[in-house]
Write a protein that binds this ligand. Structure first.
Ligand SMILES: [Zn+2]
Length: 361
């Protein structure tokens, strides 16, 4: 009985981390307010990251029989450096009596670890509900990422880059975010068409990673459908470009076809984030950059209450402070979430226009 339970436990993928931000007691819509909330989220992430158990234990926790411990360690080191830098950035608007502003910026991740819990426990009681919820969220979220990291030597993903030419948004300037939408277009009058006016109303200029099959199913893309946005490639068919050689083989033809409209085609995003170094390098030679992401909305498996998706994305924006946000235009969630998200982030975030993007971010 015990053995059976253990097998079931070790094969279960952990749940996606959603969160309700209602417990955070102040807005995040100015740079100063954004930074205060950003420091708070980072401190809870620091707690969660430093509390992760050793390699084989965490593998079992995240549903893997065999996890790559070396890859987890490399990922952990990289996250430590990023979150330390982010905390220092988020202290940029600190004044003497501000919450979560240590007298001196922590000089190392180890110092930040020793400061995290005392600082969080020193918050006024008005933050109690948030703190409990944030600890629950980050314990789940850090395991989502750890799982991807431990799989990265077998299944490539966005958490481990294969080549310096790949972009995730982590080299954007502080506070800069780019919206991206995968898997479309839908049929005429579908979700893609419903999303575009929402983006226009929010002043957004996003990247659409389109699939050849979906584009052909729509028959004609009316001229101007994607005006103000950027068209990019998500492959000829929505299948892994690692496990399906025929699909990978059709990529160049689809990119050439799309290039006639996108002119020039600048970005490719592999389905499921799965790609090989050879593919990335070959595309790079053609001037096509592989664009991954660092803020995954998980909108395709969203709960009914879309406030939880908004909570997840905003929390990750506060945590990572810059980056590429992944949504899908074949689902209704993004258009439900975006107006609230853009308004809640206010001037704490700067949304990037895809049309002015360079090649390295
Ligand atoms: Zn996709």
């Amino acid at each position: 009985m015990h053995a059976l339970v253990l097998v079931v436990l070790t094969m279960t993928k952990p749940p996606v981390a959603w969160t309700d931000r209602a417990g955070w007691p102040s807005p995040v819509s100015s740079p100063k307010d954004f930074d205060r909330a950003s420091r708070a989220e980072q401190l809870v992430f620091v707690e969660a990251l430093s509390a992760l158990p050793g390699g084989s234990l965490v593998a079992a926790e995240v549903g893997l029989k065999h996890g790559d411990v070396g890859a987890l360690e490399a990922w952990t080191q990289q996250r430590r450096a990023v979150v330390l830098e982010n905390f220092q950035r988020a202290m940029g608007t600190c004044t003497g009596d501000e919450l979560l502003c240590p007298v001196k910026a922590p000089a190392s991740f180890e110092v930040l670890v020793t400061q995290a819990t005392p600082m969080l426990e020193s918050l006024p009681d008005t933050h109690r509900a948030w703190r409990t919820e944030a600890r629950r969220f980050h314990a789940l979220y850090v395991r989502e990422l750890a799982r991807l990291a431990m799989l990265s030597s077998r299944v490539s993903s966005e958490v481990a880059l294969l080549d310096a030419s790949e972009v995730t948004g982590e080299r954007f300037s502080d506070r800069q975010f780019l919206l991206t939408f995968d898997d479309g277009p839908t049929g005429v009058g579908g979700e893609t068409d419903a999303l575009l006016p929402v983006l226009a109303s929010q002043g957004q200029h996003a990247v659409f990673f389109t699939v050849g099959d979906a584009m052909h199913a729509r028959k004609t893309v009316k001229k101007g459908l994607y005006d103000g946005h950027c068209l990019a490639s998500h492959g000829a068919s929505h299948q892994s470009h690692v496990t399906s050689a025929p699909v990978a083989g059709r990529l160049d033809a689809w990119n050439a076809e799309l290039g006639a409209i996108a002119n020039p085609l600048r970005w490719f995003r592999p389905p499921y984030g799965q790609r090989t170094l050879a593919q990335v390098k070959a595309l790079s030679k053609q001037g096509i950059t592989t664009m991954l992401w660092n803020i995954d909305s998980q909108d395709w498996q969203a709960p009914k209450d879309t406030r939880l998706v908004q909570g997840r994305v905003l929390t990750l924006m506060l945590l990572w402070r810059r980056g590429v946000v992944l949504f899908h235009d074949v689902h209704p969630v993004a258009r439900a979430v975006l107006p609230g998200l853009v308004s809640e982030a206010g001037s704490g975030a700067q949304w990037v226009d895809c049309r002015g993007l360079g090649q390295s971010f």
